[in-house]
Write a protein that binds this ligand. Sequence first.
Ligand SMILES: *[C@@H]1O[C@H](CO)[C@@H](O)[C@H](O)[C@H]1NC(C)=O
Ligand SMILES: *[C@@H]1O[C@H](CO)[C@@H](O)[C@H](O)[C@H]1NC(C)=O
Ligand SMILES: *[C@@H]1O[C@H](CO)[C@@H](O)[C@H](O)[C@H]1NC(C)=O
Ligand SMILES: *[C@@H]1O[C@H](CO)[C@@H](O)[C@H](O)[C@H]1NC(C)=O
Length: 674
Amino acid sequence: MSTTLWLPALFLAALAATAKSLTVRPECQSRCGDVDIPYPFGIGRGCFRPGFEIICNTTGIPLLGDSNQQIVVLNLAVTPLPEAKVMLPVAYQCYDSANIITAKHLGDVEFNKYSVYRISNTRNELFVLGCNTLSYINSGPSGRHGYAYYAGCVAYANDSQSAKDYACAGVGCCHTDIPPDLTDNEMRFTNDGLWSHANQEFCPCDYAFIVEKDTYAFQVAHINTSKSLNSRQPLLLDWAIRESNGSSSLSCDKAEITPGHEYTCVSNHSQCINSSNGPGYVCNCTKGYEGNPYLEQGCTSISLGMFFLVVALLLAFIMHQKKKLARYFELNGGNILKRVTGLTIFTEKDLNKITKNNAECLGNGFFGKVYKGTLPDETVVAVKSFIKVDAERIEEFTEEVMIQLKMDHPNVLKLMGCCLQLNVPMLVYEFAANGSLRDILHSNRRRNLSTKLRLDIAIDSAKGLCYMHSEGIRHGDVKPDNILLDEKLMPKISDFGLSKLLKLGEKLAKKVVGCRGYMDPVFKNTGLLTPKSDVYGFGVVLLELISRKQTVHGESCNLVIQFRHIYEREKSGRSMFDEEIIMEEDIFILEEIGKLAMKCLKEWQDDRPDMTEVAKQLLKLKKKDGHPDMTEVAKQLLKLKKNTIDAAACHSTEMSYATDATWSVSSSPISESS
Ligand SMILES: *[C@@H]1O[C@H](CO)[C@@H](O)[C@H](O)[C@H]1NC(C)=O
Ligand SMILES: *[C@@H]1O[C@H](CO)[C@@H](O)[C@H](O)[C@H]1NC(C)=O
Ligand SMILES: *[C@@H]1O[C@H](CO)[C@@H](O)[C@H](O)[C@H]1NC(C)=O
Ligand SMILES: *[C@@H]1O[C@H](CO)[C@@H](O)[C@H](O)[C@H]1NC(C)=O
């Protein structure tokens, strides 16, 4: 099951949900695009602390509020460090060959009106790009355009060849750490005296920008064009709780007692920590707690959190399981089938018990594995996966189940129940201990089979098919694989009606079509399934029974062709009979079966006998097989009668048998329509 896949996903989702529920103010938007917005940040009135407003634009991109340009926010964090990742502009100054400034932007942008931010000195660095350039930042603690701090570097290259990609150590590029307490992004470029840019067309502009450490890689292409203009770079801002005008420095020892100041570490189990970059303070949950200290009850015990998480996960898991079972049940037509009388619907749990968690695999069915199981009353069953049911197939599927349920004949495999709580429905059938006719004819489970036994198998299979036809059901896939044998080698027709379902799915239909050897050429050409198509398939089964040869040898489908060839030439199939059973007293029966098979295999459907006729002919042979035991035959006929009460066709078999002791091989076609 896919449990292993979605469980971690669910865990993460629950984790995210738990975390989120504790990080925003009630009724506030918790996300914009894919960025979480934890308090004190917030979107909309009442959702943020002054200075921490975020605007979520119409395309779902979060922007810093209180700024004079759009500043995109990439990430906002409360813990473990109070940080905001934003895009800030690159400063530039361009010159012509006479050292006249032609374009200029010093990177100045108002993003810090409330002085809550400091450009992180630990997480960023300053880059300067140019060929005769001295550039420096010049902001300080007094806010915009303060000139308390200068930090910068010199970049030089005297021709277009000397700078190298990824090398930023002075030639065309330099970088340096920045001091703490930086409030602004404003740069300065020097262009007088020593720093003339005359005759430096290979390097038209100087650039300066602060960027997150280890994210920028210098390229020569960045300096020999002016394409780098107007770009922005990601950097990290430290934030803290400060007075809005930035002139006072609120530290933890004063914060709680300063009149007019709204102390922000409001959660129980939270503590105040002096800001590591600039004045002011930040909050943190105390040891053993986690969450958002800026919200009431934001800090929760880690173990308590784990407990809730585990409970939530467990609940989610149970709900999910229940929902899944219910969904499959519905998808698989459960709502219709649960009203069908006589159909046992097993739960997934029941089924696992019945098959002992699929302990014994019997082999592969058409759509998947077949497992052996035992019902509570010790009945042995075979559990088969069926075709995947979707909305389009639901009606066909439920119909098919109802038809199979209705089938009540000793030679038709009995459907005992189904389980619909899985992604493909599982059908529970009576168990056929001896596998399929194919197994005992050809596989390593092959066994000695007398002519009499083969004839019995043929007769009983014909009766099963005859019964199905009398009920208006066409099998569509008659072959030894679909004739199962119980412990007494009594044949049971299985897997009928599949072709009808298959027709719905092109892909699966292809599985059936092709060099199969059992397929009625008429059906192959027209796609029209008639009872006579089953007669064709049965003809092939008869050939396999008398020859014990596989229909399909390798690539060619030659049993039918081969037999027909020999039969036409020698007026006998004798040379094809299984050597194991060629005995004088059996030859007549084998010849008759061969003759009958040839009739079943006629190209023209009207030339083929119907199943009733086939059953009749075979029964007649039984009478002549050296055991003219009339009571046995009469018993058989009675059985046939009992099981085909409404079956006019099969009924007539026994009627004629009872009245007409001498059979004539009649091939008068009984007209069939699809
Ligand atoms: C807050 O506490 C966590 C866990 O104790 C710690 O990792 C983090 O560095 C603290 N944050 C600050 C700003 O001190
Ligand atoms: C660049 O510097 C080198 C080394 O000082 C010097 O040899 C060369 O002439 C200079 N090139 C120009 C174009 O000034
Ligand atoms: C700046 O903050 C200080 C300290 O809280 C206060 O006294 C002063 O009035 C504030 N100035 C302005 C312009 O808000
Ligand atoms: C927070 O702590 C105070 C004082 O210790 C206590 O009265 C209050 O019940 C606590 N609140 C919560 C939600 O635990």
